[in-house]
Design a protein around this ligand. Structure first.
Ligand code: COA
Length: 258
């Protein structure tokens, strides 16, 4: 059953088991307001996402997003910030914790909280116009939507400190060289390419895809022994599933073809 939450700031649609979520606040370069985060949360909790095989995020207009709405955190005190994380500020962690794979289709600005959101996706496809950056320190704060943790994990502390402290903007080519992107595509092709990958993921055995994603996310936290055990238990469980048996059967049948 599609959820009936209001969707003024995002657009949500499902095409062939691929859900597509578009940030839609073009006049503010899709700045992530708490109202937009609330709409994102409601969409993520709906049955449409649960029944999809992959979720693609993109931005309408000139940018993916220029980051957190700077007007909202101007006079925030400690209590209101704690309340923010209880209300909508956890949406970035909810995105990261989705069992289905997520893909960011990124163009134009991808700054601050938007870059942090992008780091929470499993795949990032950027077009040549994409510009990344973490301006938080320049604003007297730090990336606090999971971004500090993720960028250090992905790049190591030295590079992460360079990007966070100096806050310089960098283009898609540099982001790819750093290993932050799945692919860079010509201007305007980011969503088409993301949809191609999403459809490819949607064709795969879903339990295996979701287990592989979750196992990969857990490995940096796990000891080698625990990691190996996760692999073996996941294999033992997945091998019993109808989807695994069907996949092996289809594969063998394909092999027998002349
Ligand atoms: N929060 C709230 N509003 C924002 C915003 C943000 N993060 N980023 C852009 N906007 C608004 C602008 O205020 C402007 O609104 P207005 O037309 O009502 O004045 C509109 O979006 C267009 O932005 P503008 O600055 O005119 O576009 P630009 O092309 O000249 O510059 C940026 C684009 C991204 C360089 C610039 O908007 C910017 O630096 N934004 C803030 C980025 C940031 O610090 N984000 C991280 C917050 S943690």
């Amino acid at each position: 059953m599609p959820d009936a939450a209001s969707r003024d700031l995002i657009e949500f649609r499902v095409e062939e088991r691929v859900a597509v979520l578009t940030l839609q606040r073009e006049e503010k370069l899709n700045a992530l307001s708490t109202a937009m985060e609330a709409e994102l949360l409601a969409a993520l909790q709906g049955d449409d996402v649960a029944n999809s095989r992959c979720l693609v995020f993109t931005g309408a207009g000139k940018a993916f997003s220029a980051g957190a709405d700077i007007n909202e955190f101007r006079d925030a005190d400690a209590e209101s910030i704690a309340a923010y994380y209880r209300a909508t500020g956890d949406v970035y962690e909810r995105i990261a914790a989705l069992p289905i794979p997520t893909i960011g289709a990124i163009h134009g600005w991808c700054l601050g909280g938007a870059f942090e959101m992008a780091l929470a996706f499993d795949f990032r496809i950027a077009d040549e116009t994409a510009t990344f950056g973490l301006p938080e320190v320049q604003l007297g704060i730090i990336p606090s939507s999971g971004g500090t943790h993720r960028i250090v994990r992905m790049l190591g502390p030295a590079k992460a400190k360079e990007l966070m402290l100096l806050g310089r903007r960098f283009d898609a080519q540099e982001a790819e060289e750093l290993g932050l992107l799945t692919e860079v595509v010509p201007a305007g092709e980011h969503l088409d390419r993301a949809m191609d990958i999403a459809r490819e993921l949607a064709e795969l055995p879903p339990l295996a895809v979701q287990t592989a994603k979750q196992a990969a996310d857990l490995m940096p936290e796990a000891s080698r022994e625990a990691g190996i055990l996760i692999e073996r238990l996941a294999y033992a469980a997945l091998a019993q599933t109808t989807e695994a048996k069907d996949a092996v059967e289809n594969f063998t049948r394909r092999d027998r073809r002349p």
